[in-house]
Design a protein around this ligand. Structure first.
Ligand SMILES: Cc1cc2nc3c(=O)[nH]c(=O)nc-3n(C[C@H](O)[C@H](O)[C@H](O)COP(=O)(O)OP(=O)(O)OC[C@H]3O[C@@H](n4cnc5c(N)ncnc54)[C@H](O)[C@@H]3O)c2cc1C
Length: 393
């Protein structure tokens, strides 16, 4: 496509990755981010082999691996110690692995990838409306005039308020979220580990390696599942945090050491949305990442999907002369995988986060059985690795 002026809203995973790829094709990219600076905030993420391959494609995989912690599999057990989940990448290929990373490290690597590229970064710039008309695509700051571009790409995350209502088929806040904290660790664990008690209680530990602040201290993300309705009382100043720490350690002794240095105010909340859009792009306006297909992080796919969106979009832009054809190719490339992972997340989330009793009982019986069937074991690994685009594909 001849050089376009492209605005990208949101300097998260999807926004930074698309900025790099599109600026690399000599488009004139402006990135709008509401935060004043790219701060080292956010929970740990598990980058799957699919997302790592996209980073390799951008020439950034090596930098990312310098910070992250190799992860060989996902391991889950009940509070009684019964193994429920043992999904390992080696069931697909001997050297395949995921990478536990801090969100700050991923953003740092992606932002560093913009050096020497002609990308204008507008920080502290919150966009309140977007649209497109005969003159092109536009965006607007609250109370200000419209700015026109050849195309506007919205990548402002799961809680985006910029989605045109007519494009949205379904949008709801999940009733469960998580409290999380980043803690120092001296262990060299190479697994994402979870502990369950039914579906009402779940904790997770994800080693995330180093951050870009120069310290050699390795980090670990701690997750604690919680109904959104309980978050306010959990965060209130009269919450009995020492009693919670005690009960968490009695659920899973590994939490005692992990939480040793954690104070109440270190625990932050995360909520997730489930958003299905009828289309992700039309004319000169498009949506990427969580803004396009927010889902629960149960399968750890959000950041991977954001990277794969950026890659598919850049390929479609390189291959076509007009935006209508770009979105046609983008939908063709991304729809099967996005639809599959959204359905799986919607189906699996109550199995791990709900007050239901039947679903977790079935989980505790069926998941270990599935692990004994080689074909199912590989399919589970393929699903976690981000490589599926349908139940049997
Ligand atoms: C607890 C938790 C655990 C997770 N674990 C995993 C995991 O293990 N693996 C995985 O792949 N994914 C995981 N995810 C999901 C992952 O974090 C997201 O899917 C991913 O960050 C999406 O990237 P994005 O670029 O679409 O959005 P984001 O990274 O959310 O970036 C959006 C950006 O837009 C900016 N913004 C918002 N509104 C505006 C506006 N109006 N104007 C300008 N800027 C704006 C925001 O400040 C932000 O910088 C997890 C999520 C949570 C909550």
């Amino acid at each position: 496509m001849r050089p376009q002026s492209i605005a990208i809203i949101g300097a998260g995973t999807a926004g930074l990755a698309s900025a790099r790829l599109l600026a690399g094709q000599h488009h004139d990219v402006t990135l709008f981010e509401r935060a004043e600076e790219l701060k080292p905030v956010g929970a740990g993420l598990l980058l799957q082999p699919s997302g790592l391959a996209a980073l390799d494609d951008m020439g950034l995989g090596g930098d990312m691996r310098r910070y992250g912690q190799p992860i060989h599999g996902l391991y889950g057990h009940t509070r009684q110690g019964r193994v429920i989940m043992r999904t390992e990448y080696r069931h697909l290929a001997a050297n395949l692995q995921g990478l536990g990373v801090h969100r700050a490290s991923l953003c740092h690597v992606l932002a560093d990838g913009l050096t020497h590229l002609p990308v204008r970064l507008c920080m502290g710039s919150e966009i309140s409306a977007v649209g497109h008309d005969a003159s092109g695509a536009w965006l607007q700051h609250e109370g200000a005039d419209r700015h026109y571009f050849d195309a506007v790409l919205v990548a402002n995350g799961s809680h985006s308020r910029l989605r045109p209502p007519a494009w949205v088929r379904y949008d709801r806040l999940y009733p469960w979220g998580a409290m999380w904290a980043i803690v120092p660790t001296d262990h060299d664990d190479q697994g994402l580990r979870q502990c369950y008690d039914g579906a009402h209680t779940m904790a997770g530990l994800l080693p995330t390696g180093l951050t870009p602040n120069g310290s050699s201290q390795r980090l670990l993300s701690v997750f604690w599942s919680l109904p959104v309705s309980s978050m306010a009382s959990w965060q209130a100043s009269d919450f009995d945090f020492p009693a919670w720490k005690h009960s968490a350690a009695s659920l899973w002794p590994a939490l005692e050491g992990a939480l040793a240095s954690v104070e109440h105010e270190h625990m932050l909340s995360a909520t997730y949305r489930d958003v299905i859009m009828r289309r992700w792009g039309d004319g000169r306006l498009g949506f990427l990442g969580d803004a396009a297909h927010a889902m629960s992080p149960q399968l750890g796919q959000g950041a991977n999907m954001a990277l794969l969106d950026a890659q598919a979009l850049a390929r479609a832009v390189a291959a076509n002369q007009d935006w209508r054809a770009v979105w046609r190719d983008f939908h063709r490339a991304r729809a099967p995988s996005i639809r599959f992972y959204q359905s799986m997340s919607r189906w699996l989330t109550p199995v791990f986060q709900s007050h239901g009793t039947l679903a977790p009982r079935l989980r505790d019986v069926l998941f270990p059985l599935m692990d004994r069937v080689p074909w199912l074991r590989r399919e589970m690994a393929r699903t976690v690795a981000g490589l599926k685009s349908g139940l049997l594909r």
